[in-house]
Design a protein around this ligand. Sequence first.
Ligand code: SF4
Length: 578
Amino acid sequence: MEFKILRVNMATKECRFEEIPAQYFGLGGRGLTSTIIASEVEPTCSPLGPHNKLVFAPGLLGGTNCANSNRISVGCKSPMTGGIKEANSGGQPGGHLAQMGITALVVEDIAEDGSWYQLELTKDNAKLVPSTVNGLNNYDAVAKLTEQYGKDCSYISIGRAGEFKLTAASIAFTDRELRPARHAGRGGVGAVMGSKGLKAIIVNPEGGANHPLKNPDAFKESAKRFAKALMDHPVCGQGLPTYGTAVLINILHEAGGLPTHNFKTGRFDGHDAVSGETMNQITKERGGEGVVSHGCMTGCIMRCSGIFPDKKGKAVGKWPEYETLWAFGPNSGIDDLDMIARYDKICDDVGVDTIDVGCALALLMDAGVLKFGDAEGALQLMEEISKGSAIGRVLGCGTAVTGKVYGLRRVPVVKGQSLPAYDPRAVKGQGVTYATTPMGADHTAGYAVTANILNVGGTVDPLGKNGQIELSRNLQVATAAVDTTGLCLFVAFAVLDNPDALVAIVEMLNAKYGTSLVLDDVTSLGKKVLETEIDFNRRAGLTEAADRLPDYFSDEKFAPHNVKFDITPEDLDEVLKW
Ligand code: SF4
C-alpha cells in the first residue's frame, strides 16, 4: 500500500500526490497537522489569507481494527486565537482517508473571490470542480452531494457560517448514516476552509483497505486487550454508552463546578431536566428514531453518541454533548432539552462551534439583549446566523467578538476562545489547562476533570492548588500523543486507570509499523508536539502573557464553594516546561 500526502492548491487548482517528506515520518493526527503548519505556514500570516494552510490528517492507528482509532485532525492557523490550531472529529472521513493511504491532505492558497469549489477525492485521483452546494447549510448540502455521488462516500463540508468566514465556524464530517453531525468545532477551522473557497470534500473510499501490519498476530492480541480495557471501564463501558457525555451534568452540578448564568455560580436548579439521565429516559420513552448508544464512526465501541427524538419520535439530531447542553442549558439558564437539541441541530447545520456560540448566547443574556432562560428568544437569535444578519454574524463569531461588540467585562475566553463547561475556580486543574494549552481555552487539551472530579487516574482536590500544575502538564503531554494516534480522547478514562491499556497502544504502534517504541517514547512524542505548537505561537506573537485566565476569575468568589482561581502566573509559566 502506498502512503502519500495530497496537496490541493485552490489558486491553480492543481491536485498533487507526493511522497511523505522525511520530516513528517512517524507522525499522524495532531502531531502531523501541527508539524506541517509549524513548518510551512508563516506564523504572522493572515489566518484567512493565501499563506495559511488547512491540513486534514488521520491518526497513526487510523486504517486499522483498533477500537476508536479513526478520528481525523484538522490543523491551521486559527482566526480565533491567532495561534496554531488542531481540532479533531469523529465521523467516517478519517477512516476513509486512512484506508485510501492519504496520510495528510493539505489545502493551500485561496480561490478567486466569490467562487466555490468541491474536491472530488478517490484513492488515486483528486479534482477540484465548481461547487454544486454553495449557499446551503450542511444537512441540505450533504443530502444533495449524496444524490450526486452516492451513499458509499463520506463528506466533509462547511455550512453558511464557514461561507461567511465567522470565527466560530466549524467543519462537518458525516457519520455512518451520512448526517453531518460530527464537527471539528473549535477555533474557526470552518472559516479557514471558507476563506479558501472550498465548500466540500467528497471522499470516495472505493479500493481502500486497512493498512498492512508488520506483525498482524501481535496487533490482533493487543487490540483485543485494548478493547477489553475500554469495555471493562465503568466510564467507557457503561457511563458513556448509556448517557453520553451528558452524564457529566449532574456530576458537575453536585461538585459545584457547573458554570451557570455566564459563569456566575456553580449549580443550576434545572440541572436534572438537561441531564444525561433525562436524555436517556426521554430517548427510550419516545422511541421512534431515537437511539441510545450510537457510534459516530466505524470501529467505535464506546458509542457515546445517541440520536435525540422529538415528541413524535422523529430524529432531531445527535444527542447534544455535555458541553453543548451546558452552554445552552445552565450557562444560558435554559432547562428545556427539546430546545437545546434544536440549537445543537442548528449549530451542526449552519456549522458553528456549540461551545463558543452557546457561551456567546449567555453573554447576550448578560448584556440584556434577552433574558436568561428565554428559550424562544434564543431560538430566534440562533436562526439569525444562517441569515447572515449583523446579530447573527456577531453570535457566529463566538464569545470574544460578542463580548467586545456589547462592551462586556466578564468575557470567559483565553486567547480569544471561550472557556468550556467546567468552572476554573471549582475545577482548578481544568483552569490551568485553559490558561496554558497552545489551543486557547480547551477542555480536551488536558482533561483534569478526571482526577479533580471523577477520581480517574488518581485524585487531586479540585478546589485546592496542590498538584494542579503537574496534573495539567501530564495530561496535556498525554493528550498531544493520543491526538496523534487518532484515538478518541475518551479512551483516556481507561488508559488512566488501567496501565495495560497504554501498553496495548504502544504494542499496536509497534506491531503496525515494526518499531520498538517504549512507554517513554509516548511521553516524548507528546512533548515534541507541544513544543512545536508553542514555538509556532511564540513566533505568531502569543507570549506567556497570553497564558492567563481573565482576571475576574481571580477576583470573584464562585458559589457554592466561594473559591477564586488562585494559581499564580509564575506557576502557570511552569506548566509546559520540562
Ligand atoms: S466515543 Fe463518542 S465521540 Fe468517541 S468515537 Fe465513539 S461516538 Fe464518537
